[in-house]
Ligand binder design. Structure first.
Ligand code: PLP
Length: 456
């Protein structure tokens, strides 16, 4: 069996990897120099690598392992489902119990009248689905010219053609001639970098009102939807000022445009409620889900839409779908994951235990000479590194150079943290205990100290 390669020495695994494996979001030169870190196994919030290091996973994989690693229940459900029905599709008036039960469960968990689920294999293709959903919705309502979707610079909505186009990452747009036509952008609510002398609450309003200006520039009869992550994740855990989302909601309501919240990271307990939309008081018409939906144990995503949108779509053939939409094994595993989240009251653990403790410890990092801003929303958090806190100044080096040094120190200190430019971010498994949070923060602080020493 291929996983038996796990026993091979690190150097041999790295050589095989270098010979045949192209990595996502990885610099080829750096990979060739350093070799890939080989992860062998995981339990709870802990990873073990091929050199025997025990690493605390401050990122829950890629923001996804909400219930932690090593839950046998999910493996058992997967094996059972594979024996009973390993695959069947949901095209052409066909269904099966795992897909329909998961759809029912998501309709129960999602707020408002978000009662209808279109399955995908992850967040990117769910957002591709959303582009086609909203454009088809408006066409069916007799307004096909309403096809522009407004997003934000520095948003992340995935890596497919549609997901990259919806995202506002200029470095991604540059590869492959994106975005596709009909996607427009407004600025992000990132006060630390872009707020200047404006107070955060005023800045939040200003940034939200860019949406209104953009709608009027394009023409309100041409705008189909606005999409946003409640908290920008991959953009650097940018927690918006409190004034931001209520104003976005007002504008979407006033102009009657579809509001899509991308809950791929924020969903399933991450911000202290089931969905980030609840934390920020947003009433979306569509939610994108993935990651925490299965805690990453299986690839699965979903677009969950309102009664109204489902009703309009039911009048047409929606010529769209993936071979693995509602895959029975992925759906069964996601259902088991949701059962664990619910029965073990993991969202309650976040609200009452983990998030308040993490907030206290995380904000304690503000006394570090390198840390200018500490932001946190439930179990996702960021610190802005700066040479001058009062001025909110960037480093003289290119953005990301200091962040990379800090991230390398984290790696060396056996804590996984990511850097986005010169912002350090975390998003640990939701089941993390206060003792484990202490370890995470101690290692983060040590890494910041070592980073500072390297700069001096
Ligand atoms: N949307 C958001 C907000 C994300 O953070 C991500 C992934 O990080 C995606 C979409 C893409 O999801 P996937 O990688 O499952 O395609």
């Amino acid at each position: 069996m291929t996983t038996m390669a796990n026993h091979l020495p690190t150097a041999e695994l790295q050589a095989l990897d270098a010979a045949h494996h192209l990595h996502p979001f990885t610099n080829g030169h750096e990979l060739a120099q350093k070799g890939a870190r080989v992860i062998k196994s995981a339990k709870g919030v802990w990873l073990k690598d091929s050199d025997g290091n025990e690493i605390i996973d401050g990122m829950a994989g890629l923001w996804c392992v909400n219930i932690g690693y090593g839950r046998d229940e999910l493996a058992d459900v997967a094996a059972r489902q594979m024996r009973e029905l390993p695959y069947y599709n949901t095209f052409f008036q066909t269904t099966h119990a795992p897909a329909l039960m998961l759809a029912r469960k998501l309709a129960e968990l999602a707020p408002g009248d978000l009662n209808h689920v279109f399955f995908s294999t992850g967040g990117s293709d769910a957002n591709d689905t959303n582009i086609r959903l909203v454009r088809t919705y408006w066409a069916e309502k007799g307004q096909p010219e309403r096809n522009v979707i407004i997003s934000r610079w520095n948003a992340y909505h995935g890596s497919t053609i549609g997901g990259t186009s919806l995202g506002g990452m200029k470095g991604m747009h540059g590869q492959g001639g994106l975005p596709i036509p009909g996607i427009e952008f407004i600025d992000q609510p990132n006060w630390w970098v872009e707020g200047g002398d404006t107070a955060p609450e005023e800045f939040g309003l200003e940034r939200a009102r860019q949406l209104e200006a953009k709608i009027n520039e394009i023409g309100p009869d041409k705008v189909a939807a606005f999409i946003g992550e409640p908290v920008q994740g991959a953009g650097g855990v940018i927690v918006p000022p409190e004034t931001y989302w209520p104003e976005i909601q007002r504008i979407c309501d006033q102009y009657g445009i579809v509001l899509i919240t991308d809950e791929v990271i924020c969903g399933f307990g991450r911000t202290g409620n089931w969905f980030g939309s609840q934390t920020f008081g947003i009433r979306p018409d569509i939610m994108t889900m993935a990651k925490g939906l299965s805690s990453g144990y299986q690839p699965i995503g979903a677009s969950v839409v309102s009664d109204e949108i489902a009703q309009v779509l039911s009048g047409t053939d929606f010529n769209h779908g993936y071979t693995y939409s509602g895959h029975p094994v992925a759906a069964a595993v996601a259902l088991e994951n949701l059962r664990i989240l619910e029965e073990e009251n993991i969202v309650g653990h976040v609200q009452n235990v983990a998030a308040p403790y993490l907030k206290q410890k995380w904000e304690g990092l503000l006394d570090h000479p390198l840390v200018g801003e500490a932001k946190i929303a439930g179990m996702m958090a960021s610190v802005a590194l700066t040479p001058d806190k009062a001025a909110r100044a960037p480093f003289a080096s290119d953005p990301g150079v200091v962040g990379q040094i800090c991230r390398d120190r984290c790696f060396a200190n056996n804590v996984i943290m990511r850097h986005v430019g010169d912002r350090m971010i975390i998003s640990p498994p939701l089941v993390i205990t206060p003792d484990e949070i202490d370890i995470l923060i101690d290692r983060a602080r040590l890494s910041l100290d070592e980073c500072l020493a390297q700069l001096e």
